[in-house]
Ligand binder design. Structure first.
Ligand SMILES: C[C@H](O)[C@H](O)[C@H]1CNC2=NC(N)=NC(=O)C2=N1
Length: 96
């Protein structure tokens, strides 16, 4: 069973993820991505989907043409867990 991060651990983790911000209402982290066009955006989503399946940890997200908004939180924990931090790091690695 994965547990929620304490506020201290969350802030420490977020220091290494400067593009992500904490969304207190959901105890989630969010980041927006912009690409050249829809094909680039959807290609990114496909890569994230494969990561998510492998990790058994899935994003909440939306896409409008070249934009992708991602929200990460851990449903099983009722808030942010280490799994979200690891997923955010893996997603950041995809976009270099
Ligand atoms: C049964 C399955 O392992 C769980 O429901 C997984 C699937 N993907 C998940 N994704 C996210 N974001 N949070 C979860 O708690 C979660 N749980």
């Amino acid at each position: 069973m994965v547990t929620r991060l304490t506020d201290g651990l969350r802030d420490e983790s977020l220091a290494s993820l400067p593009e992500w911000r904490h969304e207190p209402a959901r105890d989630a982290i969010v980041r927006s991505f912009a690409f050249r066009d829809f094909v680039e955006a959807f290609g990114f989503m496909t890569r994230v989907a494969l990561l998510a399946e492998k990790a058994d940890h899935h994003p909440e997200w939306s896409n409008v043409w070249n934009k992708v908004d991602i929200l990460l939180t851990t449903h099983d924990a009722g808030g942010l867990s280490i799994r979200d931090i690891q997923m955010a790091q893996a997603i950041d690695a995809l976009v270099g």
